[in-house]
Design a protein around this ligand. Structure first.
Ligand SMILES: Nc1ncnc2c1ncn2[C@@H]1O[C@H](COP(=O)(O)OP(=O)(O)OP(=O)(O)O)[C@@H](O)[C@H]1O
Length: 710
């Protein structure tokens, strides 16, 4: 378990006020400087340096009790709030306000804002177009041009990830920029990455410990708990993700792990979404802010080199979803509305879209959008953590590549800085607006998860209508899409509950996504261990394959009942040890369960295989009896576990259902999903019943043998 090294070091790490604005536009300017610094683009900031250290903890009002608060909120029922959640009824057309014209248009006039309306916003992808090979632009990655966006990040230390981060990121670019379809398909459809931030001042002052241990792509949470006799013990929760980034990695490295590989495939008719998830103050904004600029830089490089003279254009838009409503961050927070066109394509009517051609323009637009976001109302931070900010980079091209014809979307990259995940628990707040915000955030986070799961399962139906957020992202979920989820976590013991919730959300996004490769997941890196304090990680791969064999070999059709093992059963049996809920609080299950048993499979399997032989052929009746008793115990445990799991899932899904039970929501999706889960669970339970029946038969045979004096 790593610990922080001290205050001096910490101050370096956590000075988030990187630039003290020396000009009159202090608020936005200073925040802009900060994000530029965090993006490693401080040289683009015109103000001088300086910077006071600032505490960045926001835990005052949000500590602990999410599950219980959420549960209480559910019990109260979430009613009302129609006004808050309703769409604006008026259809807005794009018109930039006078204030915008005054302060922004001059500098941006050359950006040729493309004004979106129902007719011009065509999200249909172009048909395949000829592209030149990577060799067209070899100069773009030569060492002279290699940028160092993260030069000033103080977090790099001498560890494996830091070393990897120092490795030329351009190598990655070179690898990933080969524009062939094989490369495109090699980019995972969903990638789940966890980023741990350093402890902050407040946490250090409170002597909170770093409870997160990372190693390669595994992460362990050390949760301190109390026994009944009030003695402390530590429970370990281990998770495996596609990548785990510790507190020492730079934003440049994060970019290389997450967005960089998908940039080239934007030119190949792909819509990609990158979003950050996590509690308030866990580093979502810090992580997300630099990414669009870095991505734009690479997109522009591709446009100007690899795809030179092919008529590609880059468009930029930036808006916010707050309380279920859309606001244009590039147009004085103008309220936007969403409509479906005749082809059921979602259009954001009136959204200002800028055609951009260099990084400076994009930087300016991002600054403008961020300023609009954070200064929209009072309590800037509060609001920003209660809204989802969506920045979109769309690569367009006209059918013949000429600029005279209307450009149509080829690919799109959406960056979403989500509202703090624990905000969804604000449903017991006295203030109605806060409650409604919490409900809306909950609803959208749930809907997002559902969409990603459906997407990875290649389900025909994606429940994007579950929330404004997913509706807006509808076209990003359709067709050839990629999703990168960055889960941000705090390392501190005080945030343990929120951290576990974040990791469980990420875990569900990843481990419940089948994508036709469940077995691969079990055998490979996506195998997520939850609450598995007794199981060594090294046991996974070896035993997973044993278990796979068992699944295919050891369920003879003794009743002539050709029963197909449901995938869900398979999954539950091998992967999940569900956290249990007790009065609304999530509690990890610490009892040995089937998931623990599965790691003893080599033994139990051989016993089981022995059981297949007729008892009369077995001379060791005593051994046989022991084996039978052992088997009985296993079966009873497995049966109990199945029922418990089913109950947990029902409880969990019911919670979500109550959350979703808001006027205007689509409950059908949730109901049908719950139904499917229950049917699959029932199939699993029935399978066990068959095994129990078989077992009873053999027990009878055994008794006959014993009583006949064999
Ligand atoms: N990896 C990191 N290294 C150093 N500082 C970090 C890191 N992650 C976050 N921080 C700092 O932590 C503070 C909170 O981070 P940030 O604002 O990104 O949180 P957030 O999750 O976006 O919160 P909210 O949901 O309220 O918007 C900031 O001061 C930021 O600079």
């Amino acid at each position: 378990m790593s610990k922080r090294s001290g205050v001096v070091h910490h101050q370096r790490q956590h000075s988030d006020n990187f630039f003290d604005a020396a000009t009159t536009t202090t608020a936005s300017s200073s925040s802009n400087g900060r994000w530029l610094q965090s993006a490693g683009l401080q040289y683009l900031h015109s103000n001088g340096a300086g910077g006071s250290s600032q505490d960045f903890g926001y835990y005052g009002g949000s500590g602990g009790g999410q599950a219980s608060r959420m549960y209480r909120g559910l019990q109260r029922g979430l009613t009302g709030g129609n006004d808050f959640l309703n769409d604006p009824s008026t259809l807005l057309v794009n018109s930039r306000s006078s204030s915008q014209r005054k302060d922004g248009d001059e500098s941006l006039s050359e950006y040729s804002p493309g004004l979106l309306d129902l007719h011009s916003f065509d999200t249909e992808l172009l048909s395949e177009m000829p592209t030149s090979g990577i060799s067209d632009g070899p100069s773009m990655f030569n060492s002279g041009q290699a940028r160092s966006f993260d030069d000033t990040e103080p977090y790099m230390r001498n560890n494996e990830q830091a070393d990897r981060a120092r490795a030329p990121v351009d190598n990655l670019l070179l690898k990933s920029f080969a524009p062939d379809n094989a490369k495109a398909s090699s980019v995972a459809k969903i990638k789940v990455v966890v980023r741990k931030r350093p402890l902050n001042k407040k946490e250090l002052a409170k002597n909170e410990e770093d409870i997160i241990e990372t190693h390669a792509n595994t992460l362990t949470v050390h949760e301190t708990k109390l026994k009944v006799d009030l003695t402390e013990y530590v429970e370990k929760h281990e998770f495996v993700f596609d990548a785990v980034l510790n507190e020492e990695v730079s934003n440049d490295y994060v970019y290389g792990e997450t967005v960089e590989p998908i940039v080239p495939i934007i030119f190949q008719k792909t819509k990609a979404t990158c979003f950050a998830y996590g509690q308030t103050g866990s580093g979502k904004t810090y992580t997300m802010k630099p990414l669009p600029l870095k991505a734009s830089r690479d997109i522009l490089r591709l446009m100007n080199h690899t795809y030179r003279n092919q008529g590609f254009q880059l468009f930029f838009s930036f808006f916010e979803i707050y309380g279920g409503k859309l606001f244009d961050l590039l147009s004085d927070r103008k309220k936007l509305c969403m409509r479906e066109d005749g082809k059921q394509q979602v259009c954001i009517v009136g959204l200002t879209e800028y055609k951009v051609s260099d990084v400076e323009m994009i930087k300016e637009l991002i600054e403008r959008g961020n300023a609009a976001r954070s200064t929209g109302t009072t309590g800037a931070n509060e609001e920003s953590s209660r809204s989802h900010a969506i920045l979109q980079l769309a690569v367009k091209r006209s059918a013949d590549g000429s600029e005279s014809k209307p450009a149509r979307v080829v690919g799109k990259l959406s960056f979403i800085d989500l509202a703090g995940s624990e905000r969804g628990a604000d449903t017991t707040d006295n203030d109605k607006q806060t409650r409604m915000e919490g409900a809306e955030i909950n609803k959208s986070l749930l809907a997002l998860k559902e969409c990603i799961r459906a997407l990875d399962n290649d389900q025909g139906h994606i429940p994007f209508r579950g929330s404004k957020l997913t509706e807006v992202l509808r076209d990003s979920f359709m067709g050839n899409s990629r999703t990168v989820m960055i889960s941000c976590i705090s390392p501190s013991s005080g945030s343990c509950e929120h951290t576990l919730n974040t990791l469980r959300y990420a875990d569900r996004v990843k481990s419940l996504s089948k994508g036709g490769n469940l077995k691969k997941d079990i055998l490979g890196t996506s195998f997520n261990l939850k609450e598995s304090t007794t199981v060594p990680l090294s046991a996974i791969a070896a035993n997973a394959s044993d278990f796979e064999d068992e699944m295919s070999n050891s369920w003879p059709d003794q009743n002539g009942d050709d029963y197909e093992v449901s995938e869900e059963f398979y999954e539950e049996k091998t992967v999940l040890v569900q956290p249990k809920k007790n009065n609304g609080r999530l509690e990890p299950s610490s009892l040995p369960t089937l998931a623990d048993n599965k790691f003893q499979k080599p033994n139990s399997q051989s016993k089981w295989m022995d059981m297949q032989k007729p008892a009369a052929n077995n001379p060791h009746v005593e051994d046989h009896l022991d084996a039978l008793l052992q088997e009985e115990e296993d079966l009873v445990n497995a049966h109990r576990k199945q029922v418990e799991d089913a109950m947990n899932i029902v409880r969990e899904e019911m919670d979500l259902l109550v959350e979703a039970d808001q006027p205007g929501n689509q409950l059908d999706d949730y109901m049908s999903r719950l139904n499917t889960i229950l049917i699959q669970k029932a199939a699993g339970i029935r399978q066990l019943q068959i095994r129990l029946t078989n077992f009873q038969k053999r027990l009878k045979e055994h008794n006959v043998l014993v009583s006949s004096g064999y």
